[in-house]
Design a protein around this ligand. Structure first.
Ligand SMILES: [Zn+2]
Length: 400
């Protein structure tokens, strides 16, 4: 979508709610008036921006304002969770123009799942009336581990049968669009950065509550992806030294105490739920888990105790990262956040207060994502825009 300078200018226009004049853009970007005039012409020709009226600043002739044309381009986001697949279409402003969800097919055949993803993307574009010519690509958020170089989903523990699946290539073939593969927790963090209206670079931890539990890290406004883009694996942080044995050799890890499957098992052991849940079926586990959450919200003391304990365990895992990185903001989200938000928003801040090592001037802020259960898919779509229209060094160039 144009050269680097054009990307810088488009990004500045995108971030401005009311648009910017050529003079303002020259100041922000440091580009000459002539270069800026050429870029503005190209952006107008490509219909990426529109002229939206004039502003009078002091004397001299009024300046024409350039504003983003949100429907010039779109990006598709897909979030693959072992229980549910979420699809969104974002316009260039980052607004969700359409969304849908499907149960993740209960089959070990990844090709079947990917073909269904392709069908769902085509159906959503048709339903939203989006011209495929205007779609820049598809971003897909997947459970890790991923191999970002080859575009492969390696062997996520809760996606049965997925072993070195070339998701990037296969989904590209199924949709006809280029595909960007991102780990799920990184995608959620990208969504929060895109949705942020803060001018200063942010530090926060995103806690993803889905079939698995993961954490996305944002430091100085950038997602920490790590050397192999698999950062965020918190499964073996010990949150309850008296908890059940973990397959890693420790006891009471997140991986055996905090995930929906663990809580369903606790409910069965405690006699809150009867036996008979097929633990290998993510849909059955989800149904039992959501029932447990509803019972807790409804005042069932035994169910409430299980959910409350999970909140304190999650807080313990979160505190390991907030203490290590000195982060003062935690954002929760993911498919199961709505079912847990009431208990977690009540208990996690209190628990964190007792676990924080550094004497913060203020408590750690704990909040839920504004994107709801779409957050992973929104972030995946944002990665497409990031690649197409965001200069990597934008903060360096725009914030001086
Ligand atoms: Zn473990």
């Amino acid at each position: 979508m144009g050269d680097f300078n054009q990307t810088v200018v488009l990004d500045a226009i995108r971030r401005s709610p009311t648009g910017l004049s050529r003079v303002e853009l020259a100041t922000i970007s440091g580009l000459s008036a002539q270069t800026l005039s050429n870029i503005a012409r190209r952006l107008l020709e490509q219909e990426l921006v529109i002229e939206s009226g004039k502003v009078q600043n002091g004397r001299g002739k009024p300046r024409t304002v350039l504003a983003l044309n949100p429907s010039a381009r779109f990006a598709v986001g897909v979030h693959l969770d072992p229980a549910v697949i979420t699809f969104v279409i974002l316009d260039l402003s980052g607004r969700v123009v359409a969304h849908s969800t499907r149960r993740t097919p209960l089959t070990p055949d990844a090709d079947v799942v990917i073909q269904e993803m392709g069908d769902a993307v085509a159906a959503l574009l048709a339903e939203a009336g989006v011209d495929p010519e205007r779609v820049l690509g598809v971003g897909v958020a997947s459970p890790g581990p991923i191999d970002p170089v080859r575009g492969i989903v390696v062997d996520p523990p809760y996606l049965l049968g997925w072993d070195r699946v070339p998701l990037r290539e296969s989904l590209s073939a199924a949709t006809g669009f280029p595909v960007v593969l991102e780990k799920d927790v990184a995608a959620t963090a990208v969504a929060e950065i895109w949705g942020s209206h803060s001018d200063s670079p942010e530090n926060f931890i995103f806690v993803y509550l889905g079939t698995g539990v993961g954490m996305g890290l944002v430091y100085s406004g950038a997602v920490l992806r790590g050397t192999s883009q698999n950062a965020g694996e918190v499964g073996h942080i010990v949150v309850d030294p008296t908890g059940p044995d973990c397959f890693c050799g420790l006891r009471g890890c997140v991986a055996v105490t905090c995930m929906p499957r663990n809580l369903v098992e606790e409910a069965i052991r405690a006699g809150v739920h009867p036996e008979g849940v097929n633990r290998a079926d993510p849909g059955a586990v989800e149904a039992a888990f959501l029932r447990l959450c509803a019972e807790a919200r409804g005042g069932d003391a035994a169910a409430g105790a299980i959910i409350d304990r999970s909140a304190r365990r999650i807080a313990k895992a979160v505190s390991v990262l907030t203490n290590a990185l000195d982060v003062d903001r935690v954002i929760f989200g993911g498919p199961y956040w709505p079912a847990l938000s009431e208990a977690y928003l009540d208990l996690v801040p209190r628990a964190l207060r007792g676990l924080t090592v550094a004497p913060h001037t203020a408590d750690i802020r704990v909040e839920g994502t504004a994107f709801g259960t779409d957050v992973g898919a929104v972030g995946a779509a944002c990665t497409v825009f990031d690649k197409a229209i965001s200069p990597d060094t934008r903060r360096l160039l725009l914030e001086h």
